[in-house]
Design a protein around this ligand. Structure first.
Ligand SMILES: NC(=O)c1ccc[n+]([C@@H]2O[C@H](COP(=O)([O-])OP(=O)(O)OC[C@H]3O[C@@H](n4cnc5c(N)ncnc54)[C@H](O)[C@@H]3O)[C@@H](O)[C@H]2O)c1
Ligand SMILES: O=P(O)(O)OC[C@H](O)CO
Length: 328
């Protein structure tokens, strides 16, 4: 028997762990699936996710397991918190899922699929939603105030999931444009790399503001071309997350850009990381998806060229500024 109150969180990275803590705070039972049995055991015993969220203790009621069937058993809702590039492989290993909320922000390399498209192909007919917004995991885990959009084509799931996961510190808005939310969530990671690169190369705050604003324009163009809405991009998953991620702080995408701007290579920077930087694999995939839709994305193109070592940051900026003049 499934209980609408039990939530199974699949993926014990920073965001999955933070959302598991949030789902407990909002009430009801929560299980957290970690892929690595040794890490699951350590988390269950030591009550901390030492690798991805070391500063926030796990609530005593949180069940951590490496057994997906045990995690999902009885759950009325699943949160899929696996990075975009691994979502398809993880779904292939999971038993039948309850209605599921995907929280990854990216585009899959090769297939060019957004996260809900990966889920829909793996599980046809599966009720699904996307949750996205300006949310650093450690702040949500600590219970600091935050908001996000939970978008689904299924109004009943939207209502049930926003009700189940909301608490006074975490305000969820319902959304009916899951595609627009996914475009915004994926593309803001790429824009954050560009913003970081501008700061890393010492180009100044004016350059960062110009990049973020023009990124917003190209994200809206792509969202609309793919059937999403421009006003979604002006909301929490677009403008909101651009403000957070492009400001710097704890963003992995911004700090990747920062180091690129300082002259390091993507391979060097990413090779030293133990956590995911979604914008790196997403930039070329998003660019290809946009090209397929006939949408020009100059900021995404510049980031891709720098990541692939075709251009330095100053060369990419020169190319962006040297484009033919046009109306805003
Ligand atoms: N961390 C945040 O603040 C935050 C906030 C909102 C959204 N997100 C998004 O959530 C998603 C997960 O990010 P995160 O920050 O939790 O990641 P993380 O870097 O903290 O953890 C990495 C995750 O990837 C998984 N993983 C690594 N290699 C894998 C493989 N080969 N196969 C399957 N899984 C593998 C790990 O098990 C772990 O769950 C990303 O799409 C990210 O953009 C993150
Ligand atoms: O650290 P980042 O750049 O992956 O950003 C994390 C979240 O997406 C912020 O909303």
């Amino acid at each position: 028997m499934s209980s609408p109150d039990k939530v199974a969180v699949i993926g014990a990275g920073a965001w999955g762990t933070a959302l598991a803590i949030q789902a407990l705070r909002a009430g009801g039972e929560v299980s957290l699936w970690a892929r690595d049995p040794a890490r699951a055991l350590a988390m269950q015993a030591l009550r901390v996710n030492a690798r991805h969220l070391a500063d926030t203790p796990l609530p005593p009621e949180l069940q951590v397991t490496a057994d997906p069937a045990a995690a999902i058993a009885g759950a009325g809702l699943a949160i899929l918190a696996v990075p975009t590039q691994h979502l398809g492989a993880v779904l292939a290993e999971l038993p039948r899922l309850p209605p599921s909320i995907v929280v990854a922000k990216g585009v899959e390399a090769g297939t060019l699929r957004f996260p809900l498209e990966i889920l829909a192909e793996a599980r046809p007919g599966q009720p699904s939603a996307i949750l996205s917004g300006p949310n650093f995991a450690h702040e949500v885990a600590e219970g600091l105030p935050a908001a996000a959009v939970l978008a689904s084509a299924d109004p009943a799931l939207r209502e049930a999931a926003t009700t189940r996961l909301s608490s006074p510190n975490f305000r969820l808005y319902g959304g009916a444009d899951p595609l627009g939310v996914q475009v915004a969530g994926a593309a803001k990671n790429v824009a954050a790399i560009a913003a970081g690169a501008a700061i890393g190369a010492g180009l100044g705050e004016n350059a960062r503001a110009a990049i973020v604003t023009r990124a917003l324009a190209e994200i809206a163009r792509l969202a609309v071309a793919l059937g999403g809405r421009a006003d979604t991009v002006a909301g929490l998953s677009g403008l909101g997350d651009l403000m957070l991620t492009c400001a710097g702080g704890a963003s992995r995408n911004f700090t990747l850009g920062l180091a690129l701007g300082q002259g390091r290579t993507a391979a060097e920077i990413l090779g030293a990381r133990t956590s995911v930087t979604e914008g790196a694999a997403t930039a070329p995939a998003l660019l290809a998806r946009a090209a397929r839709a006939g949408v020009d994305m100059p900021v995404c193109g510049a980031v891709t060229a720098v990541l692939e070592g075709e251009l330095t940051v100053p060369e990419a900026v020169e190319r962006l500024l040297g484009r033919p003049r046009k109306a805003e």
